[in-house]
Design a binder for this molecule. Sequence first.
Ligand code: ADP
Ligand code: ASP
Ligand code: MG
Length: 401
Amino acid sequence: MLVVQKYGGTSVGDCERILNVAKRVSETKQKGHGVVVVVSAMSGETDKLLGYTKFFSRLPNLRESDMVLSAGERVTSALLAIALEELGFKAISLSGRAAGIITDDSHTKARIEYIDVARLNALLAKDYIVVVAGFQGVTKEGEVTTLGRGGSDLSAVALAGALGADLCEIYTDVDGVYTTDPRIEPNAKKIDKISYDEMLELASMGAKVLLNRSVEMAKKLNVNLVTRNSFNYNEGTLITKEQEIMEHPIVSGIALDKNQARVSICNVEDRPGIAAEIFGALSEANVNVDMIVQTIGRDGKTDLDFTIPEVELENAKRVLKSFEGSVESIDYDKDIAKVSIVGVGMKSHSGVASKAFRALAEDNINIMMISTSEIKISMIIRLKYAELAIRTLHSVYELDK
Ligand code: ADP
Ligand code: ASP
Ligand code: MG
């Protein structure tokens, strides 16, 4: 069997923890499996490196940022290889480049185009434990790239897919995927099995236990994905096809995203093409727009409200400057949070949304924006109520039972 194991920042947070990881990896190897390990940087390291770049510039050069940010994972991968050798195993660390991970050139949020697995396979054939630095790749021209925050999950799934691995295990600091973030709601329950689609929605809506793009890729490449705790041996969560799960609760989980910002454009001309102009300019600048609300037009004018990731705020401001003359005002609001309810069971049940609205009303929480899809309801509320809303919704849908 070939297993890809990914260990996140907390799991490799210091030398003792890297040694613990080395022992766990060696246990898998001793069972006779081929093992590829993907590691994150030590926890806090990527933030620290990012902080260094921001010392010199508000918008640091992205190519140079990638040279800095990719260093964290290089360190842990080599330390783990040293630890494994010391335990008596053949081990080698590889940077993203050495592992053949080829990406496009969107620095700091590159997409993987393909993986040349020849060297990896040759090393596995020689019985090496291969330790790959997560979160990074290289363009065809040889420029170092990073995959976006949380990107080591994607490195692991992409490698598992490209190598045809039997299993991809994501080791983190909680037992698996919970009904909501267990750090916010201690009564959250661990989920044994969840569908790719539900996990994708939860991850996209802020459950950072898995990177959404890694779930999307796992679904596409049919990767057997499991999340587990690197600090114990408890059963984790299996992320699998919807058909493999016998019973679906109406609501599977609740996600919180505090890193959103709202943009409100007041008195925009209400004519064909205006949305295309505004959102076209934003998309050209790689700003991901999420919820969009347009009010009913009056006197040939309308208001546009939408949300973007908070990290894109400066970028969005720069883009929207060119529209300032033709609208009444553009306001930016970081003091918001998005709470989302996710479940495939919603498809066949009514009244799920109204239950949420009533529960938040009883807590006196105002809902500023709403959007729904087949298996998700998202609401924008004031940031200070975020945790209260999560706990309220968690108990309203009886997820603690
Ligand atoms: P790693 O460094 O291992 O990649 P992350 O910090 O990225 O770990 O993700 C794990 C964290 O995700 C947990 O500590 C937990 O607080 C948070 N989290 C948010 N939502 C959930 C959820 N639904 N289930 C489990 N963990 C969640
Ligand atoms: N170290 C990177 C980050 O903090 C990537 C990862 O941990 O997945 O975002
Ligand atoms: Mg992570």
